[in-house]
Ligand binder design. Structure first.
Ligand code: SF4
Length: 362
């Protein structure tokens, strides 16, 4: 294949086909989650470390979390989600375990500090696990799963968590932290169950705009744009989020509801972008217009390949005027950018989130 002279058009067709396949993959993952873990529902969760031994689960693999919860049942060990595992609380087959007590920690770039202070064993189920540095002491209590190997840390090659359980019991009680309550679990099916209410609220003008602000978080400067943007969204708009980008914008008082639905909706993991697409398609059907004609602004933070895959899916669906940042991916060379701008109106994020919200509303 490498000695074929591709023109830009056939390369674009190829990446859009990739976007189509990613849509199918996200759908299969979503359907598999619902089939195995039950119909999601919004839930109030406790954030912080509680008394007793505990295990922290990070990454994205909800089946690993299910297996761990089953194997720790009745052992006096609390199980917590970390980062992108947080939406796991919305599934009844996970939530039914009384020792699935809550959540601890934020986006991936804070792992070293949070894993250090957690004190108990950590299970890294998928990508976005950092390699501990020389100052970290948690290497021997960081367990990774299968391909997610971290040098110097134990790696579990099957579904047997007995080594993690033994470590949690050996370490014993963790040091509790302050706790707080928060909401998660606005899976797209939950949002679509409110479709009539949403359509009515848009028609009456109670809801004027929808913003999707989320994706992959990162540590580079410029990402405060996303919090400025989300926090600046007016009260008559709905802010939806997903991925670990949510942790940058969620600790904010958005007010409770608009048009009868929550103003701030956490749709789930980055792969739940599938759900955001379903919401957009349902709204466009209800209003008999294209997705690009909806009062909807997509503001996507990107860091790694999953966010790029979601972007290609959105382009495959011909979604236009997406804002991407804080920087454009390296493959977006000037000639590629020209095609994406000309064809899809793709734009890099601005520098002033609040000003961009005002522009979107205008
Ligand atoms: S949203 Fe992206 S950066 Fe964040 S944990 Fe998931 S894959 Fe990693």
């Amino acid at each position: 294949m490498t000695n074929v002279n591709f023109d830009m058009e056939s390369l674009l067709d190829m990446v859009l086909e990739f976007g189509r396949m990613n849509l199918k993959t996200m759908q299969l993952l979503n359907d598999g989650h619902v089939e195995v873990l039950g119909q999601p529902a919004p839930i109030e969760i406790t954030e912080g470390i509680q008394p007793g031994p505990g295990i922290l689960v990070t990454g994205h693999d909800l089946v690993d979390l299910k297996n761990l919860l089953e194997q720790t049942a009745g052992k006096g060990i609390n199980v917590y989600t970390h980062g992108e595992m947080m939406p796991g609380h919305m599934y009844p087959e996970l939530q039914k375990h009384p020792h699935f007590v809550g959540h601890y920690g934020g986006a991936w770039q804070k792992q070293r500090r949070e894993f250090e202070s957690f004190g108990g064993p950590i299970v890294g189920t998928t990508n976005c696990v950092l390699i501990p540095d020389n100052h970290n002491t948690y290497g021997d209590r960081l367990f990774t799963m299968r391909q997610v190997a971290v040098p110097g840390s134990p790696c579990i090659k099957n579904d047997d968590f007995s080594s993690v359980i033994a470590k949690a019991l050996e370490i014993g009680d963790l040091t509790p932290t302050e706790t707080k309550k928060s909401m998660t679990g606005f899976h797209y099916s939950v949002v679509l169950s409110l479709a009539d209410q949403i359509v009515e609220a848009v028609k009456t003008g109670d809801i004027k705009h929808f913003f999707l602000v989320g994706g992959c978080d990162g540590a580079e400067p410029g990402r405060n744009y996303f919090s400025d943007f989300a926090h600046g969204a007016p009260q008559d708009s709905v802010v939806m989020t997903l991925g670990c980008g949510k942790f940058r914008i969620r600790d904010f008082d958005y007010g409770s509801t608009v048009g009868g639905i929550p103003r701030f909706l956490d749709l789930g993991q980055c792969n739940d972008a599938y759900g955001a697409i379903q919401i957009a398609l349902a709204l466009s059907e209800a209003f008999e217009c294209g997705v690009n004609d909806l009062p909807l602004t997509l503001n996507i933070s990107w860091f790694e390949q999953k966010a790029v895959a979601v972007l290609l899916t959105l382009l495959h669906l011909n979604v236009k005027n997406i804002k991407l940042g804080p920087n454009l991916p390296a493959f977006v060379t000037p000639n590629v950018l020209k095609i994406l701008v000309d064809t899809f109106g793709l734009q890099p994020i601005g520098v002033d989130g609040k000003a961009d919200v005002e522009m979107a509303m205008a």
